[in-house]
Design a protein around this ligand. Sequence first.
Ligand code: FAD
Length: 313
Amino acid sequence: MTTGNKQHTAFSFEVLPPLRGKGMESIYRTIDNLMQFNPVCINITTHRAETIYSEMPNGAYQKLSVRNRPGTVAIAAAIKERYHVHTVPHIICSGFSAAEIESELIDLSYLGITELLLLRGDRAKDENRFIPSPGGHAHAIELCRQVNDFNEGKLLGGVVTTPLETPFAYGVAGYPEKHDEAMNLDTDIEHLKAKVKAGAKQIVTQMFFDNSKYFAFVERLRREGIDVPVVPGLKPLTTLNHCTMLPKTFHIDFPQELAREFEKCRSNADVKELGVEWGIQQVRELKAAGVPAIHFYTMNAAFSTERIASATF
Ligand code: FAD
């Protein structure tokens, strides 16, 4: 996997596919502005199908399963082609069967895209716990094993073919403040260790706002013998609702200094300024500590990400 070199902390940027029916213009605009920072890669998220109810002409409702942000594989190919940059599509278990995942892997191998981030994926919005798709995986580790098999030419249904000339290399997710469903940090780290043992070449972390949590996590992983790069994931704060939504959704704490500053914000514009200042401080400290790369969650924060990257590149 590409994680930059020792002299320079590389940046990577994560973008979301456009909403169903929208074009690629806003993604291109975002990447046009971020290419000046010579990103080590651009990640593209994947979003599962969700259930919607659409009204029919007779007034009855029809239940449909719809992907609001489709197109990850095609977007990865389009960005690679246009910017000559490594692209890393996220492959998720959620909402996909193993057979559908295999088709994605086949498409990606034809496209010459060989770096992946393997994830379980978020649960469906109308479910209160993660339920695997029929014929799908319950945990990211099973996806790691499927990709390992695919690399060796072992396809589903017992079909064996030649191993891939350029096997897929993959990263996985890690959670400095624990995954929200994990019983405790110890078991969460055991599960992370299994993914690394299976072959993950790097760990990309959940967002955090307190660098000390990241440093403690890395130290802990090293003690456990996990020695792959741990790439910190950062998200610029941009809206007033982030102070409740982010801790609740992602099981992360705001450090007290940030919480105090957040309480003074009266508008989204105030939060954006705070998010940029805080992000710059975080990046400076992480760079000084020699992290291998920094991954920015750019979703809805492209301009803030650009300002943070400009000040710290
Ligand atoms: P897992 O590794 O499967 O872990 C999930 C939970 O199960 C954890 O609590 C873990 O401790 C536990 N666990 C793991 N293995 C086992 C086991 N064998 N037995 C019992 N318990 C186990 N979501 C998307 O939908 N699309 C994206 O594009 C996306 N991109 C992301 C990018 C990054 C960098 C990160 C950090 C997250 C991203 N997510 C994305 C969110 C992610 O899918 C969720 O956090 C999801 O809930 C967990 O994914 P995981 O790969 O960590 O799952």
